[in-house]
Write a protein that binds this ligand. Structure first.
Ligand code: DMJ
Length: 455
């Protein structure tokens, strides 16, 4: 059913010039959404073809040296697996089908390699499930089920919170000190795997992990950055919405919506109340979210960065358009100050504290959600600026390159798989017909793999 809807929509995409035009009240240049969607599609093909030419069969393209990088001793095909559903959404049906054939024939998890649970779950497990729902190819579900089983030993800690690493063949685990994001960003994928296979174990283990983090929140309702999964003690009590915590909040909200899980609803509501009370900061440079101590609520750092820019999307999805808009305005300031956003800055001075740009998607994801909910043309205009700047500063003759430093624009020999899975997908969806994705039925996992509620 879903495939039929998508196929219909792809046909529709290039047939509706009038309805796709930007609204007449566009502030600056009128944006032709169909043309913009087409441009993004071309840039996707540019990056994908470079991967195929220089890194085929490996995890990632190295765009400057025109070579490749594997995460482990064997390739798990990170880029093709992560990119497949973007191809489907963009209507690149042949590419998607060829890639799927390659993946099902070659991808195996029966290797003596130690993987990072979180990364494998959000990129590979999420992608396998999403592509299974798009194509109904049962081989993808079998791969997901096999992967899920191999990952389950991570939950065998005294608290039920997962260890960070697991060996896919032996089940040996490692990494006792981890963070709320790596513990709490598993339920969309494991939960969907349970629903699709009929095996409750995946949902139960991932849900327990999420609840265990929540239960260790401070008396003022905040979580810290690092926690020991064997003792349950916090080892770093800094609370923020940035990397290491970010998608923990995202999944409380999304699991409520995807599974109608009432516990997640309650945990989301109490958590967001505490975050807005203690972290939100109206500074002279705009509206931001600071770093505070989880026990006292005392502000300890005024830093913000590319990863934090996912939060307007989450606020918008939760219905808080006021904070979402104000925060996105600040994020946009962070982007336009340098032409590309830095990994981190001090938002009170707007000075860069970490200048790298990893081709991250979050600010674009937020523009997509905000446009979806408000239909305000300023978000299309943001998207146009994001695309123009990406092309100007990051495009190479072999794909797209991260930046070592957003101030000098020096490039870095790296094109993470999320550039194809997320960055270009959200940019495309911003301009594509709204029906391409029905946000009332679909939840994106944190790697932008659409999971459809079929249960
Ligand atoms: C992605 O792997 C996911 O979005 C994750 O939640 C955060 N970091 C990257 C993209 O920046």
């Amino acid at each position: 059913m879903m495939r039929i809807t998508f196929v219909f929509l792809f046909a529709f995409l290039f047939m509706t010039p009038q309805s796709m035009r930007s609204q007449p009240n566009t502030r600056t240049i009128e944006i032709d959404k169909a043309e913009m969607a087409q441009r993004v599609r071309q840039e996707f093909l540019h990056a994908w073809n470079a991967y195929k030419q220089h890194a085929w069969g490996h995890d990632e393209l190295k765009p400057l040296s025109k070579s490749y990088r594997n995460w482990h001793a064997v390739s798990l095909y990170m880029t093709p697996v992560d990119a497949m559903d973007t191809m489907s959404l963009m209507g690149l049906t042949n590419e998607a089908a060829e890639t799927r054939e390659f993946v099902v024939k070659n991808l195996s998890f029966d290797h003596d390699i130690e993987v990072k649970n979180f990364e494998i779950v959000i990129r590979l497990l999420g992608a396998l499930l999403s592509n299974y729902q798009l194509t109904e190819d049962k081989r993808l579900l079998a791969l997901a089920d096999d992967l899920g089983t191999r990952l389950l030993p991570v939950f065998d800690s005294p608290t039920g919170m997962p260890y960070m690493y697991v060996n896919l063949k032996t089940g040996t685990v490692r990494g006792t000190v981890t963070n709320p994001a790596e513990i709490g960003t598993l339920l969309v994928e494991f939960g969907a795997l349970s629903k699709l296979t009929g095996k409750p174990i995946y949902y139960d283990k991932a849900k327990r992990a999420l609840v265990e983090v929540y239960n260790r929140r401070s008396s003022i309702g905040l979580v810290g950055t690092w926690i020991n999964v064997e003792t349950g003690a916090w080892t770093d009590s800094t609370s923020h919405i940035s990397g290491c915590i970010d998608s923990y909040y995202e999944y409380l909200l999304k699991c409520w919506r995807l599974f109608d899980d009432k516990d997640c609803a309650r945990m989301w509501r109490t958590s967001i109340e505490a975050v807005n009370k203690y972290l939100a900061h109206d500074a002279t440079t705009g509206f931001w979210y600071a770093r505070v101590d989880m026990f006292t609520g005392q502000r300890v750092e005024t830093s913000f960065g590319a990863l934090d820019a996912f939060f307007p999307a989450v606020l918008a999805l939760s219905g808080d358009l006021d904070r979402a808009k104000r925060l996105q305005a600040s994020c946009y300031k962070m982007w336009t100050a340098f032409g590309i956003e830095p990994e981190q800055l001090d938002y009170t001075t707007m000075k860069v504290t970490a200048g790298v740009y990893h081709l991250r998607p979050e600010i674009i994801e937020s523009a997509y959600y905000l446009y979806h909910f408000t239909k305000e043309s300023r978000y299309l205009e943001m998207g146009r600026v994001f695309l123009d700047n990406l092309v100007r500063y990051c495009k190479t003759d072999a794909g797209y390159a991260a930046l070592q430093n957003v101030e000098t624009k020096e490039k870095k020999d790296e094109m993470e798989s999320f550039f194809l899975a997320e960055t270009l997908k959200y940019l495309y969806l911003l301009f594509a017909p709204p029906e391409t994705i029905d946000l009332t039925k679909v939840i994106f996992n944190t790697e932008a793999h659409p999971i459809r509620k079929t249960w």
